[in-house]
Design a protein around this ligand. Structure first.
Ligand code: GLC
Length: 497
């Protein structure tokens, strides 16, 4: 890594912890820029100013000189304004710009769709085309030009296309390189061709070598086509999406073609946020040496959900988006069997309505076996990581997964399916050798999942062995430092291309 002092990075993201979060992209968008700043990069982050983001709580201010900036997309005129704040961090100051437009962001209570009906907003295509287009105008107006624009997920997929299409308007922008990071291939920003009208992209991009995929508009495909480099969030998942049509949701062939410009880089965890030694959300802080004190957190978790049974029985947590991709169907469909075992569960998450309904029903049926909170609750996520004995992630696909890494450093043993980033971070415990940090099952079946849970429960009874698994996990290094270095190297390679 040479001379990254001058490396200027504009990090463009649809979600950002602690302001607004639906999935793991929000955690990455906060932790990675902070670590990049620690490594000496100059990083600024842009995120939409959704109505749900609280100005007062987060001390978000207007940037007076960047108010009502006009922007024309296709034949329509819009404006946006910028608001400013900083990422909370004792070590570094990372500037955040909130991109504000009342119609598309400010007036919406939710991020992507109506919370009650579960339906996406019908204008998500234009909302995020607008966001992506505005990045170009922003650079023109900011008086600060990045070397790299680092885009994330389908919501920013059109940024590279707009930069290519508009470069004549700002020739200086031509030196900017764009990295496009895909956190999940299952949401690609796919719309009907009616969307094209509003986008104002040149005809030369409107074909199967550009923004179209299977005759539909696909923002993620546009990102892959027009970015200077593309990556996803674990080496394992990068291999899977190139090899598998289902996991890549149809983009496997394209990725294979682009494989020289496509890589997998594992995420890290934000140790200032996820650390049982300093966690401000849990009743009792602990380290490996004082692991017995973890029990205080278990007590608090059991009390909070009024769970039955004695303290010696394991509690298994699930913190997840509640979608099929995350394996929630395996869990709900086998719950009657799980309920007969000497174990209790706590589930935290939100997602598809069908799983909300099924989980609520199970919770009514087994109120003291299954603790449930539908929604996003950061504090509770910390209590579950600290208080549960095991964390279940039966994912069908998992690009990286963060909760298994949080659980490993909290001494909460992960039980995961062998896929994507889960396979890269969790290894099956081998009692003969004393190696491994969790329990891993291969087949996507309730039977295999239950077998894995059962074998974990058996070993749980033998405290000595269990503590060995805990130690294996708590001693591992999942910090962002090495991954962030990987990104700096990647930025530099892209700039030298
Ligand atoms: C998405 C993926 C998850 C990943 C996260 C951050 O939410 O589903 O696996 O950890 O993005 O990259």
């Amino acid at each position: 890594m040479t001379n990254n002092k001058q490396l200027k990075v504009l990090f463009v993201t649809p979600e950002l912890v602690p302001f607004v979060k639906v999935g793991g992209v929000a955690d990455v968008s906060s932790a990675l820029p902070k670590m990049l700043a620690e490594l000496g990069c100059e990083v600024r982050v842009v995120v939409p100013k959704y109505g749900a983001v609280d100005n007062r709580k987060f001390k978000i201010h207007d940037v007076v000189r960047l108010k009502d900036i006009p922007i024309t997309i296709g034949d329509k005129d819009y404006t946006f304004s910028l608001k400013s704040s900083f990422l909370p961090s004792p070590k570094v100051r990372v500037q955040i710009y909130f991109l504000d437009n009342e119609l598309y962001f400010g007036s919406r209570k939710s991020i992507y769709g109506d919370a009650l009906s579960g339906e996406d907003y019908p204008d998500n295509d234009m909302r995020f085309a607008f966001f992506s287009h505005a990045i170009f105008e922003l650079i023109e107006k900011l008086g600060w030009q990045p070397d790299i624009i680092h885009c994330n997920d389908w919501q920013t997929g059109l940024v590279p296309a707009y930069f290519k299409a508009l470069k004549k308007r700002n020739p200086a922008s031509e030196t900017i390189k764009i990295l496009y990071t895909i956190h999940n291939f299952s949401n690609q920003g796919i719309f009907g061709k009616g969307t094209l009208k509003g986008l104002g992209l040149p005809d030369s991009m409107i074909n199967e070598n550009g923004i179209l995929h299977g005759n539909k508009v696909n923002y993620m495909k546009a990102g892959i086509q027009f970015a200077d480099f593309v990556n996803t969030v674990s080496p394992g998942y990068a291999k899977e999406v190139m090899a598998n049509k289902v996991i890549s949701s149809g983009l496997d062939e394209l990725l294979k073609k682009k494989k020289k410009k496509f890589a997998g880089l594992i995420n890290g965890i934000d140790e200032s946020d996820w650390n049982p030694k300093t966690d401000k959300f849990i009743p009792k802080r602990y380290v490996l040496k004082s692991i017995d004190e973890k029990l205080e957190n278990k007590k608090a978790l059991i009390e909070r959900f009024d769970l039955e049974g004695d303290l010696n029985e394991p509690v298994i947590g699930i913190i997840s988006r509640l979608t099929e991709e995350k394996g929630i169907d395996l869990f709900v469909d086998s719950f009657d069997k799980l309920a007969k075992m000497k174990v209790k569960f706590v589930v935290l998450g939100a997602g598809q309505k069908i799983y909300h309904t099924k989980l609520e029903k199970l919770h009514k049926q087994y109120p003291h076996k299954l603790g449930l909170l539908l929604g996003f609750d950061n504090e509770l996520a910390h209590l579950i990581e600290a208080g549960a004995d095991m964390l279940l992630m039966p994912s069908k696909y998992e690009p990286c997964g963060l909760n298994q890494m949080y659980s490993l450093v909290y001494g909460t043993i992960p039980i995961v399916r062998k896929t994507g980033g889960l396979a890269d971070t969790v290894s099956q415990f081998d009692s003969a050798k004393g190696t491994g940090n969790g329990f891993v099952f291969e087949k996507y079946t309730a039977g295999d999942m239950i077998k894995s849970i059962t074998s974990a429960m058996k070993i749980f009874e033998d405290k000595g062995t269990w503590n060995k698994i805990i130690a294996n996990g708590m001693q591992s290094d999942f910090s962002w430092k090495s991954s962030a270095r990987g990104y700096v190297e990647l930025y530099q390679n892209i700039l030298n291309q």
